[in-house]
Design a protein around this ligand. Sequence first.
Ligand code: TEU
Length: 555
Amino acid sequence: MSEQWWQKAVVYQIYPKSFQDSNGDGVGDLPGITMRLPYLAQLGIDVIWLSPVYASPMDDNGYDISDYRSIAPVFGTMDDFDRMLKTAHDLGIKIVMDLVVNHTSDEHRWFKESRKSKSSPYRDFYYWRDPVDGHEPSNMGSVFGGSIWEWDEATGQYYLHCFSKKQPDLNWENPRVRDEVYDLMDFWLAKGVDGFRMDVISMIAKNTAFPSGEAGPTGYSNLWPLINDDQVHVWLREMRERVLSRYDTLTVGECAGATVQTAKKYANLDGSELSMVFQFEHVGLTGSVERGKWTTKKPKLTDLKRVFEHWETGLEGVAWNSLYWDNHDQPRAVSRWVEASEEYRERAAKMLATCLHLMKGTPYIYQGEELGMTNYPFKSVDECDDLEAHDAYRMLTQDCGCSHEEAMEALRAICRDNARTPMQWDASELAGFTTGKPWLAINPNHAYINAASQVDEPDSVFSHYRRLVSLRKQSLLVRQGTFELLLPESEELFVYERRLGDERMLVACNFCDRQVAFQVPAVYAGGERMACNYAEPSEGVLRPFECFAIARAGV
Ligand code: TEU
């Protein structure tokens, strides 16, 4: 099967609020992105995933959309968008938008009409239900705390919201909702956008019996049983037929709960649904039943390797993988996946990059990851902007009995604000991000972790990422070779092999700050070393956070 362009691509995610401010209001914007496109061209990436820039009350920083066809004024105008799109295309960079259609903002026209009366023509654009025994229709809890049901006094019913109460869920059972979604997708694709990242797309089909479950420490039950894993594929195939089939797009579905089995449908190579999915198995390794994701745990390396092996081998030849360490919802990669002191931070960042980028699938770089940016040292929840962080602090201290410091330890480890601190462009006071008051504090370590000190430095994390991006472009083995995990029981080393025809590549990564014995297999003797993070090769060991790849042909 011929390669699709998105199978050769490396994607860079921009969180617009935090990327580059151009007008001094302290918030990133579209002209700021346009200004920084040459930097991304230098990195060599092929696609930008742009988190939402649509009109929004910003309850969830744009993931609560009030008008899908207009740009939020804080980010600029539609002309600014068109200028950014053209500049990116002129640089050979495609733009993928964030499609958030599991829910709208409660300030969207559809919801305003829907809530007016039970007889509104928009009433069943959303899920409305009567009270049951005077209470919410079920005991499921929303992702951002509280019930998934919000009482509406005016019409005496509850409406469903899996996220905040300002994010009512769209009723995809209603064909008029689907018509509207396909129409807005067509609007953006006709403008020349190159695809979509589809927000919580695995949740659009629901078990409309809205069952209750066993309540957890918060008093609510988990909402994931709401997902209807069969119906979602029917609507994705309809979406493909009605709109996507008319364009050459990259589509990546955010699919919390996806398994290798369901991904074989979502991301099958026959192009009937999506190009690929974001799975959550690796990021879920650090959670707990009692506190959900709010722990300070590091994953066991054997567990992490098993997840990647499962997905790499499970989709081989039948579906396509995405590859990511972090995004706007996850803590910073180098802070989460390893225990690296500042002495080893850069080496560890390069090692994580090598480990991920030489696997099979489309890699995603989250803004700042290519610089080795880190989590932020939050001392108080008042320093956090994210509604999820504020709910988590309340849950941890009130439902889980955590002290302030225990709750803050968890927030420092895992809250989404870690990834949303402004991009660190240079060492100046405001990191070159803004000339105004930044909407979220800038990490003080921007004094030594910033783009200006790295873009022209061959030994920098940025240059290491650039070499990996370039290697993928040159190497069919990296893009299409098979994956085999080696040393599965090692808790220190992540070592795997890629094979394609008579070509093979060994990728060796030390995930810890200690030297570990490692013998390169004899078949690789004399092979070309690449993607190294130490100047000279080591013999018989992998040094702290050491990584390298060795390629051989004809063996
Ligand atoms: O996230 C959905 C999701 O399941 C999680 O990533 C969630 O955000 C949370 O971090 C889990 O604890 C998507 C978007 O990526 C996120 O930014 C939005 O807040 C959310 O949907 C609602 O649109």
